[in-house]
Design a protein around this ligand. Structure first.
Ligand code: SF4
Ligand SMILES: [Zn+2]
Length: 464
């Protein structure tokens, strides 16, 4: 199974506080499973250095920009210096840049605005994402970013510290939200509530070291190895495992900065306390909201298979003892009943390996696919079934799911579900909460026609 590493997306390793023991700091990060680090360097900051050790380390990428504190020094010469750095050293981003009005700010607001706008223009010109620093100036920042020139820009709002509404605004305009040490502070209730609500698909983690160490080292020098405390806190807030948060935020950071790291396809993968089997990529539908239409990634798991896996390949990936998982689920990015024979061979192996509960996640097209009713056969194998119906009418279904197998797929899915209700001990019906979904109508339809619980699955826009 894929073991993801942590990515600390915001550090200042060139800071003079690291000058004596940088090698040890980087080694400790490695031991703490930090796979990659983004180092932020400001050419106007005399406390920072861009050393050979930092530049030559392939586990460290760089972002260059002039901090709002130093905006009043951002003259033509400084601009040339920054441009030269960008051209010669190929950073992964421009930043940190932004606005800082904490205690009035250390540079006049007009200078800050000008420095920010100039550097945003550079990011557009070089096609790079931006690392944004903002303190007590979110509305002014939003104002500037809303300018048409910057509408194609992407980036991260580093060290986010504002409201849920502000965070959602940035997410909806394509930005990631950077979460650091303060999330671990006992009095950080507001930030914790914000993180609880935001989709994990839009969060990245950071230390901002040597500053703002997490609660465990509060007041001391911060370093990349401590990014794990941020991850653990997010996991606790969102009811995920540390591994889940590590994997998803790793994938987010790779996308954000186009980092040169790969994510292998997975046949068997973990999420929360469940184990999932990705046994096929075949599906008779082409739902527009499906991650297959986009990047094939679900919660940081890359699910596009090179080929349809053989029985032995799947079994080889299965842990020897499955008793630690709450459920083992046939799911993945494909319709499992496309491989009914494979399901029948695998379920006994799962039982032998002491699986507690085996569930099938299906789109309910199994009868159509196999040319007969297979619900009775499935009921003998599984403890529970979850069926995604997604719509209340054939028209809606065809529009959302674009079934290729039959124009009357919706009717067959409903019939499949009714048969499942008769045959299975546990049936759940699901729908993706896409924009415009008439939830009330769906709930009533499910209650009246199917008499089972409905679970709405959150919609992650495929472009994200
Ligand atoms: S049925 Fe499931 S796997 Fe198939 S396209 Fe729709 S969401 Fe994707
Ligand atoms: Zn910083």
């Amino acid at each position: 199974m894929f073991e993801p590493g942590l990515i600390d997306t915001h550090t200042h390793l060139g800071d003079k506080k690291f000058r004596l023991d940088l090698t040890e700091v980087i080694n400790r990060a490695k031991i703490a499973n930090v796979e990659h680090i983004v180092n932020v360097y400001d050419p106007l900051d005399p406390t920072l250095e861009l050393t050979d050790a930092l530049e030559k380390n392939s586990a460290i990428s760089h972002s260059f920009g002039v901090h709002p504190h130093l905006a009043s020094h951002f003259d033509e010469t400084a601009k040339e210096k920054l441009l030269e750095l960008i051209k010669t050293k190929k950073p992964v981003a421009i930043g940190e840049i932004g606005l800082d009005l904490f205690k009035g700010g250390r540079s006049p607001i007009q200078a800050q605005r000008q420095a920010l706008i100039t550097q945003l223009q550079m990011a557009v010109e070089f096609g790079l994402p931006v690392v944004i620093h903002c303190r007590e100036a979110y509305s002014q920042l939003i104002d500037i970013l809303q300018n048409q020139t910057f509408s194609s820009l992407r980036g991260v709002i580093h060290f986010f510290s504002d409201s849920l509404e502000t965070a959602e605004h940035f997410i909806n305009t394509g930005y990631f939200i950077g979460i650091g040490g303060p999330i671990t502070y006992p009095n950080a209730e507001r930030l914790q509530a914000v993180v609880r609500h935001l989709p994990i698909e839009r969060l990245v983690v950071e230390t901002d070291c040597p500053y703002v160490a997490p609660q465990q080292y509060r007041g001391k020098r911060n370093e990349p190895a401590y990014v794990r405390f941020v991850v653990e806190k997010i996991a606790e807030l969102k009811g995920l495992t540390g591994k889940d948060v590590t994997r998803v935020t790793r994938y987010n950071a790779i996308r954000l900065f186009s980092l040169p790291l790969t994510t292998p396809p997975e046949l068997v993968y973990e999420l929360r306390d469940n184990l999932y089997l990705n046994i096929t990529n075949q599906c008779p539908n082409s739902c527009w909201f499906c991650q297959r239409q986009h990047n094939w990634v679900v919660k940081g798991h890359y699910l596009k298979l090179d080929k349809e896996p053989a029985f032995s390949e799947i079994v080889r990936e299965l842990p020897a003892d499955l008793s630690g998982y709450k459920e083992v689920v046939f799911c993945g990015l494909g319709e499992p009943t496309m491989r009914l024979d494979m399901i029948k061979r695998l379920v006994p192996v799962l039982r032998k390996r002491r699986a507690n509960y085996i569930r099938l996640d299906t789109n309910g097209t199994g009868n159509l696919i196999n040319g007969r009713s297979i619900v009775g056969e499935l009921a003998e194998l599984f403890d529970g079934i979850s069926i995604s119906i997604n719509a209340v009418s054939r028209e809606d279904y065809n529009r959302l799911c674009k079934p290729a197998i039959s124009d009357r797929t919706f009717e067959s899915v409903i019939e499949f579900t009714q048969q499942a209700v008769k045959n299975f001990k546990s049936v759940t019906v699901t729908a993706v909460d896409v924009p415009g979904l008439d939830k009330q109508k769906l709930k009533e339809f499910v209650r009246a026609t199917l008499h089972v619980p409905l679970r709405l699955r959150s919609f992650i826009p495929p472009t994200l």
